[in-house]
Design a protein around this ligand. Sequence first.
Ligand SMILES: NC(=O)c1ccc[n+]([C@@H]2O[C@H](COP(=O)([O-])OP(=O)(O)OC[C@H]3O[C@@H](n4cnc5c(N)ncnc54)[C@H](O)[C@@H]3O)[C@@H](O)[C@H]2O)c1
Ligand SMILES: O=C(O)[C@H](O)COP(=O)(O)O
Length: 438
Amino acid sequence: MADTVKVASVPISRRDSFNARDLRTRHLKPFDSGDIKVLLLENVSPKAVEIFKKAGYQVDYHSKALGKEALIEKIKDVHVVGIRSKTKLTEEVLSHASKLLTIGCFCIGTNQVDLGYAASRGICVFNSPFSNSRSVAELVIAEIILLSRQLGDRSREMHSGVWNKVSKNCYEIRGKTLGIVGYGHIGTQLGVLAESMGMHVIWYDILPVMPIGSSTAADSLEQVLASADFVSLHVPETPETRNMIGARELALMKDGSYLINASRGTVVDIDALAASLNSGHLAGAAVDVYPTEPLANGPGFESPLRNCPNTLLTPHIGGSTEEAQLMIGAEVGTAITKFVNSGASINAVNFAECDLRAIPSTDLTTVRIVNVHQNVPGVLRQINNILANYNVNKQISDSKGDVAYFMADVTVNDPKEISTIYEQVRAIQENIITRVLF
Ligand SMILES: NC(=O)c1ccc[n+]([C@@H]2O[C@H](COP(=O)([O-])OP(=O)(O)OC[C@H]3O[C@@H](n4cnc5c(N)ncnc54)[C@H](O)[C@@H]3O)[C@@H](O)[C@H]2O)c1
Ligand SMILES: O=C(O)[C@H](O)COP(=O)(O)O
């Protein structure tokens, strides 16, 4: 039997009913929604705090990311952790998270979490797959114009008191070609916006994707690099995208072209980019993400790109708009409370997606068994043997990779039966986490 999280949760609406309270206090560990501890890092949207507090959870809120040791200390004691792109939830960190039920990535990227290890520990991960894509696409459109007109340099000169009125190597974007690498949520939106401003769009993706508008699919990354005036990267961080743009790829780009990276810092070899900008081969770059990023706001940022010509550097703000953060806070906050309170794993990143319709609040004899187990033959038979003597109102199970998820609503005749079922399911060899929700 694997490590288990010894909790059951009680939806707020039923918490105060005499029967539920009686069942809970006599036959399960003392627990209610108020026992759920949430650790929120990296300035997660206040909307999420509002949702968690409304659910009755305890919220520990931090505006910055934590280093490994501090994170390990904090994560030991919490049921929920909410992060953005900086917090590294590695196997080492998660191995200390003995109570953790779920992780909320309040962003798009999930590369900062060891998703496979989290699933193997029964920890369900959620993200917000497209709430900030428009914000990123708009930032890139701005950057295309800023680069094309060298506005970063002109503004810096003016701030230092230098009037430098030039038109040499400053261009309109109309009629120029934008090459998009990674034609997903952001890439497609960007393509539409760029076309509406008169640009031609060519893109490359490893998946066969339908071209939007008048855009053209390229056969290879090399084709995009060789034909675009602007190359914008919108791929996730994967082993294949690490240093996807290095000295060779930069050399393939047109003389006087521009590179934009608002994806992940590891996608571009920063030293090679700096060399290309300083040599004058590239006419400019806009970079929002870096191989290593500071944990908190403040001075001390170092990069070979500092002071490169016509180079816009922004502090990973592609998704940092009021609109995006509000939507992300609501989406991830709601997904997490549903998972904790009712077991629903819809839109999970690393878990099979399961849900059951709610148990009516008038029904005080039905409980929900939620179980994560190793995806091997015979486990469902064992669980259903345990449930065989009860009325199972509904059940669902599904698997993803090595981990399976099971939910069942079971009517019991005697409150004592709840803890019997709980202990028996937990005792199954392949059990990862069992919870009883009622
Ligand atoms: N700067 C920011 O603040 C910010 C904000 C949001 C997202 N992002 C980053 O942008 C990335 C893309 O976001 P999205 O919402 O468009 O993701 P998405 O998953 O919708 O699209 C990514 C696309 O890249 C493609 N892809 C994967 N590997 C590839 C490869 N080797 N070559 C070519 N194409 C490849 C995928 O097939 C997919 O179509 C995210 O993973 C995240 O890392 C950054
Ligand atoms: O993955 C994302 O959504 C972006 O990189 C934004 O990350 P952030 O929430 O840390 O700004």
